[in-house]
Design a protein around this ligand. Structure first.
Ligand code: CAA
Length: 241
């Protein structure tokens, strides 16, 4: 059976790798992107995966986009909440805007995207919700009070929803990537990366987006029904929760 999967932030970085992995697993995939039209068009041309422009901070836009996806591809079976941003600053320099942008995009988006598909998953007795949290939601990170708060909140969301979905065939899980070689991590100052972060990763390198996509494909599978409420770490040994 061909499952319908939606991936937010699905045309770049970790999300692009997830979209491709789910397609390779036989899913019909919808990749949601925020604003980079050129990257989304290139991704669609390369992969044949449908892309949808949608601001995940807007509940109305998410509901409308999910309705359009369901009309085109069918009911959503798998939702990957992957979209995320950073606005790193030491807390004494952090602005309200930096705080709100990160909380809106990384945490409030979970409600906006999950709520419209939750009822249908309950009715059909099947669903897979996978949230891409972060190592920094587990351990905290200087310069990331906003991001770590959102990512830790994501884990609480997952554990609660997992309990609600369990009797309805819906699994809800979090993946906590460590530092992965994407534009987000490339934005970390080189000196900080080389002196403060890389030495703490026992595997000795940053991860690849495909190494996170592999975790998603595993949790999204039909035969992963006994795994729910879990937090899967993929961080090169940097933090062992
Ligand atoms: N780990 C350990 N130490 C760090 C650090 C980190 N991630 N980031 C900064 N520091 C240290 C710096 O080395 C510096 O120490 P010294 O004064 O001893 O040299 C001190 O904190 C202050 O840093 P800066 O001089 O850079 O201060 P700044 O005000 O110019 O910038 C900052 C602060 C914006 C936080 C900048 O350092 C930065 O961007 N750091 C990276 C923060 C980070 O790790 N972000 C993760 C992004 S990737 C991601 O979020 C994906 C994911 O899920 C893992």
């Amino acid at each position: 059976m061909s499952r319908v999967a939606v991936v937010t932030g699905g045309s770049r970085g970790i999300g692009a790798a997830i979209s491709k992995a789910l397609k390779a697993q036989g899913c019909k995939v919808a990749a949601i992107y925020a604003g980079n039209d050129a990257a989304a068009a290139a991704f669609k041309a390369e992969t044949g995966i449908n892309v949808y422009k949608c601001d995940v901070t807007s509940a109305e836009t998410c509901a409308a986009t999910l309705k359009a996806i369901e009309a085109e591809l069918g009911a959503v079976d798998i939702l990957v909440n992957n979209a995320g941003i950073t606005r790193d600053a030491m807390f004494h320099k952090m602005t309200l805007q930096q705080w709100q942008e990160v909380l809106n995009t990384n945490l409030n988006s979970l409600f906006n995207m999950t709520s419209p598909v939750w009822g249908g998953m309950r009715d059909r007795g099947f669903g897979r919700i996978i949230c891409i949290s972060s190592i920094n939601g587990q351990k905290g990170q200087m310069g990331q009070a906003n991001y770590a708060a959102a990512k830790a909140g994501e884990i609480g969301f997952v554990k609660s929803l997992a309990q609600e979905g369990a009797a309805k065939g819906i699994t809800v899980n979090a993946i906590c990537p460590g530092y992965i070689g994407t534009d987000m991590v490339k934005a970390v100052p080189e000196k900080v990366m080389n002196e403060r972060i890389l030495p703490l990763i026992p595997v000795g390198r940053v991860g690849e987006p495909e190494e996170i996509a592999r975790c998603v494909a595993f949790l999204a599978a039909d035969d992963a029904g006994f795994i729910t409420g879990s937090t899967l770490s993929a961080n090169g040994g940097q933090y062992m929760a």
